[in-house]
Write a protein that binds this ligand. Structure first.
Ligand SMILES: [Zn+2]
Ligand SMILES: [Zn+2]
Length: 203
């Protein structure tokens, strides 16, 4: 029988719009538990599927993950210099130079150091592998989800080359036409806000 931390029987109200299941394997999301690290026992709020960690142990875990990401990046030959198109294409309080950004492995994905986007080649590969493209109300970003719950990636369309944009549109059209290979588009099955480089034609 599982034992809960203090306040385990407190009522829990799911926040509006929260689409996660309100119970994780660590207890009720929003409920109170204790830090998972042996011998710690500090009370913590259960916020996600990632376990229960007090601030100190969460910081230590994050530092460990960053060190592991860096190790994997270097092992793969990175970090790889690049210029994020969002740095040079958007207004913001940052320097507009070339080669100031990198691709580096973060959470097992090549990720843009400036905007946090997945690498465009990896984005296209995962779409071809059947990862689900989740429509959003933004014309510049999209989320990909894979077979496991933790397989999630954010992508900013500005990172696509012209060729990749054309392939993206082709795969999306294949979905509408029922032709393989087709893009798997998440609920509602089409882009209610189209990517900025794409437009639906009137029938
Ligand atoms: Zn702790
Ligand atoms: Zn970027």
């Amino acid at each position: 029988m599982a034992t809960g931390g203090a306040g385990d029987d407190m009522p829990y109200i799911m926040p509006p719009g929260d689409r996660r299941s309100h119970v994780s394997r660590h207890g009720r999301i929003g409920g109170v538990g204790t830090c998972d690290v042996d011998g710690c026992g500090k009370p913590v709020k259960v916020t996600d599927y990632d376990g229960r960690w007090c601030r100190g142990h969460a910081d230590a875990r994050d530092a460990e993950r960053q060190a592991e990401d860096l190790r994997l990046t270097v092992k793969a030959g990175g970090p790889w210099p690049q210029t994020c198109p969002r740095r040079v294409g958007e207004l913001g309080p940052w320097e507009r130079g070339k080669g100031l950004d990198t691709w580096a492995i973060r959470d097992q994905m090549r990720t843009c150091s400036f905007c946090g986007s997945l690498h465009p080649a990896d984005f296209m590969d995962l779409i071809e592998q059947g990862w689900v493209v989740g429509p959003t109300d933004k014309n510049y970003k999209v989320y990909l989800s894979g077979p496991a719950m933790r397989d999630q990636a954010k992508f900013y369309y500005q990172h696509l080359s012209g060729e990749q944009r054309a392939r993206f549109v082709e795969l999306s059209n294949n979905a509408a036409l029922g032709i393989d290979p087709a893009m798997h588009i998440g609920d509602p099955g089409y882009f209610y806000v189209q990517p900025f480089f794409m437009r639906y034609e009137d029938a």
